[in-house]
Each structure stands twice: as structure tokens, then as C-alpha cells.
Design a protein around this ligand. Structure first.
Ligand code: 5GP
Ligand code: MN
Ligand code: MN
Ligand code: MN
Ligand code: MN
Length: 300
């Protein structure tokens, strides 16, 4: 069964896959309702998550923006098959901070841990770091070591920088990119327009789960000044691809879940994307936002 079939609402109500998918969407509706404006610190408690996904389903657990503010004692990460971390692993990417973040992720029980960088993970952006290291760190050579630490961490850690990973057991295709629109002068910052368009053009149309550090424009991207600061260029690419899931962070105050139905020429062919802002810390960098969990059925 193809992904688009999976997303088709089944008129006759006879497909068990479609029914299953509706079940999971209903769960997201609950989350969406709970995540609208004035977010409580905890969108849901772990008691509201079923202990295990349905048989043959895959459980994904999303965190982001952990900024060295979380550890095993202070921050509970539910078990699951795949951990997703959407960047800002550290405070400013110092080697000991990278090591602390990687050690924490290594210690988690998930078989795969898909990780991207964020604008705070300065050493992971080698060209940026080699230009600007002086303002933050002492060692110009730290970039190679930092990148080596995340790329060769083992323990199921998969580091994505504008690249894909397919989960061998179920074929779900994940694409990750660390870039965000320029805001002051941070790592993986890109100018809106042609630079970011070129980055987003690399996202394969076959992507099921998209991971970026920042949100698309207008989606879980509202800051205190009332501006939607997400990436317009990213939203355009998402409208072309319509991934099943998009996980990001970066705008901490946008933590939550939102489901969007896409209009298509053929009214029967309703597609939707579930957007997850998984920022684990608040705007004040307090680790008070729970990981967000979703379960997906087998692809075929
Ligand atoms: P971080 O520094 O961890 O990347 O982002 C932390 C906070 O900075 C966000 O929660 C948001 O309040 C603010 N921020 C990040 N990027 C932008 C941006 O592009 N524009 C504005 N106005 N605020 C941003
Ligand atoms: Mn900051
Ligand atoms: Mn150093
Ligand atoms: Mn952050
Ligand atoms: Mn960020």
C-alpha cells in the first residue's frame, strides 16, 4: 500500500489501514486541541500515551532544542523505536557540550536516534565555525572533532545534514536539514530566498518524515512580538512534497502539534501533514516541554 493510499479516507470504511490511520489522527486532534495558544508546560502526561504502539507499528519520540538543559534524571523520554532530535543539541557547541548531548542521546533506549544540528551547535557548521570561532571558543580545530563525535557516535545515532535515512525495518524515509533563516549570526543560518530555496530543493519528494531545525512560515512559529518568523521558502517546498510528518523546533514558544489538510485538484485525494514543534525547552531555556510521541503503521 502506498503512502498516498494510506492517507486516503476510505469512503466505504472497509480498509483496516485507513481505520488505523484515522485512529492515530484522532490522537493528534487531541494533541492539536491541547496545543493551541497558551501552551501548558506539559501538553500531555505520559499516562495518556499508550504503553506500546499497535503490533507492527513504529513509535517515534520527538525532542528538540535540549541545549544541554536535559539529562536522564531531569527529563523523561518515553521509550520507542526511533528518537528524533531536531537540533540545538547544545548551548554553543563547545566540545564538552557536544559530548554531554551525545552521551545523553546514546544512553536512550531507542534503536535509531536521528539527529540534526541547530544554529546553537556552532562547531558542527565547519565553514561557519572556522570564520567565527574566535568569538566563542579557543580552539579553531574543534569542528572536525565535534562532527566526528556525532557522526561516529554509534548506539544508533544517525546524524543528518541535508541527507536522508531510510529505516531498514519499515522503509520510512527521513530527511534532515539544520538550516534556519538568518537571525543575528549563528551556525547554519541562510539567507531567505535563493540560498534556502536551494537547500529545500534537495528534499526528496519521497520523504515521509521531514526534520528541520526551524518551522515553516505560519506554523507553530509565533514569537512574543506577534511575528510568524518561520521560513516561507520551506513552506513552499512542503506544499510541493506534502510529507506525512514534519518535525522541527527552534521557536521554543511554538511547541505543539498541528495537523494541516492539503487541498488537491481531486477532492477524494485528501492529504495531510502533521507538524510537530518538539522544542524541549521554553523560551527561557527551561526543560519543561515533554517529548512528543507519534506511531506510524507499516508502509506495506
Ligand atoms: P535559539 O536561540 O535557541 O535558536 O532560539 C531561541 C528563541 O529565540 C526562540 O524561541 C525565539 O524566541 C527566538 N528566535 C529564534 N529565531 C528567531 C527569529 O528568526 N526571529 C525572531 N524574532 N526570534 C527568533
Ligand atoms: Mn539564543
Ligand atoms: Mn575549546
Ligand atoms: Mn533553541
Ligand atoms: Mn535554534
Amino acid at each position: 500500500m502506498s503512502l498516498s493510499n494510506l492517507l486516503l479516507p476510505d469512503e466505504a470504511g472497509s480498509s483496516s489501514k485507513a481505520t488505523k490511520f484515522r485512529f492515530i489522527i484522532q490522537r493528534f486532534f487531541i494533541l492539536t486541541t491541547m496545543s493551541q495558544k497558551n501552551l501548558p508546560e506539559h501538553v500531555y502526561t505520559s499516562s495518556k500515551i499508550p504503553d506500546k504502539p499497535a503490533p507492527d507499528w513504529t513509535r517515534f519520540v520527538c525532542v528538540s532544542d535540549t541545549h544541554n538543559k536535559v539529562n536522564l534524571k531531569t527529563y523523561n523520554v518515553p521509550e520507542g523505536d526511533v528518537l528524533i532530535h531536531s537540533g540545538d543539541l547544545t548551548e554553543v557547541g563547545k566540545l564538552d557540550q557536544i559530548k554531554t548531548a551525545v552521551d545523553w542521546i546514546k544512553s536512550l533506549p531507542h534503536k535509531y536516534k536521528i539527529v540534526i544540528a541547530g544554529n546553537h551547535d556552532l562547531t558542527l557548521d565547519k565553514p561557519f565555525y572556522e570564520e567565527s570561532w574566535n568569538g566563542f571558543h579557543h580552539d579553531k580545530e574543534d569542528a572536525d572533532e565535534a562532527i566526528n563525535m556525532v557522526r561516529n557516535a554509534g548506539h544508533g545515532i544517525v546524524y543528518l545534514e541535508d541527507e536522508s535515512f531510510t529505516i531498514p525495518e519499515n522503509g520510512y524515509q527521513i530527511y534532515g536539514s539544520p538550516y534556519t533563516p538568518r537571525f543575528y549570526d549563528w551556525a547554519f543560518n541562510g539567507d531567505r530566498g535563493s540560498f534556502l530555496n536551494e537547500k529545500w530543493s534537495k528534499i526528496p519528494p519521497t520523504t515521509h518524515i521531514l526534520m528541520t531545525h526551524g518551522p515553516p512560515s505560519g506554523i507553530l512559529d509565533l514569537v512574543a512580538t506577534g511575528e510568524n518568523v518561520g521560513c516561507v521558502d520551506l513552506l513552499q517546498r512542503i506544499q510541493e512534497i506534502k510529507p506525512l510528518i514534519h518535525v522541527f523546533g527552534h521557536i521554543h514558544e511554538g511547541y505543539g502539534v498541528l495537523k494541516k489538510n492539503w487541498e488537491t485538484e481531486n477532492n477524494d485525494d485528501i492529504k495531510s501533514t502533521i507538524f510537530i514543534n518538539a522544542s524541549s525547552v521554553t523560551r527561557r531555556y527551561k526543560p519543561q516541554n515533554n517529548p512528543i510521541v507519534f506511531d506510524l503503521p507499516p508502509l506495506n
